[in-house]
Design a protein around this ligand. Structure first.
Ligand SMILES: [Fe+2]
Length: 210
């Protein structure tokens, strides 16, 4: 994954419009623990640890994360009408802006949230991840598929954008193990999978266009 700057004023406006609504509603009772798995919650540190990565790599997996603490607003409809409407508007605005309808996740992590190591070989493709946190204390971490080096991409205050490629099962050299952590504050991520490289490249260009 590589980080690109978000310079496009239209995109910034779309993201900030959503954020303003999100930050106004009471998010404290959302079912953040629904995906923690049968053994209950772990720490964000463990979910993104080398120990847990090796555990996951040593067993049969489907590509989805097995341990998450957070809610995906694609699957959980928030009880507040204002936010539910803002999420519909976001999809509409982004579709108009990019011409692409490929939103994969809208993940809201509470303080102490995480998405444990997984690789999404079941949902491969070129991707765009837009993340927000107030102070930038969270991070995205991946294992380089070739060198096996583990790289942590620290958030920054406000929105950040990462782009890259998650390989499918039949491209073992491009299987992309990754995880995310929000140990100290709330974090929000919008994830898009773009099926065509050309469309992805032009979206990356548009995001960086001032
Ligand atoms: Fe993922």
């Amino acid at each position: 994954m590589k980080e690109i700057p978000i310079n496009n004023p239209e995109l910034k406006q779309i993201l900030d419009d959503l954020l303003q609504v999100l930050l106004k509603v009471d998010r404290s009772k959302y079912p953040y623990d629904a995906g923690v798995g049968k053994d209950g919650p772990v720490t964000p540190e463990y979910a993104c640890s080398t120990e847990y990565l090796l555990h996951m790599q040593g067993k049969k997996v489907d590509g989805f994360p097995e341990k998450t603490r957070g809610v995906d607003l694609m699957r959980f409809t928030p009880p507040h009408q204002s936010l539910a409407q803002a999420l519909v508007k976001l999809d509409h605005d982004l579709l108009n802006w990019s011409g692409s309808r490929n939103n994969a996740v809208k993940m809201l992590y509470p303080k102490g949230g995480y998405m444990g190591w997984h690789h999404n070989a079941n949902a491969p493709g070129y991707n765009i991840l837009l993340s927000w946190s107030e102070k930038g204390t969270g991070f995205f971490r991946y294992q380089d598929p070739i060198t096996k080096e583990i790289v942590t991409m620290q958030d920054k205050p406000g929105w950040t954008c990462k782009v890259g490629y998650y390989g499918p099962w039949h491209e073992p050299d491009r299987i992309y193990w990754h995880c995310a952590s929000a140990p100290d504050e709330e974090r929000f991520t919008l994830g898009y999978i773009i099926p065509h490289e050309g469309m992805w490249t032009s979206m990356c260009d548009d995001i960086q266009e001032g």
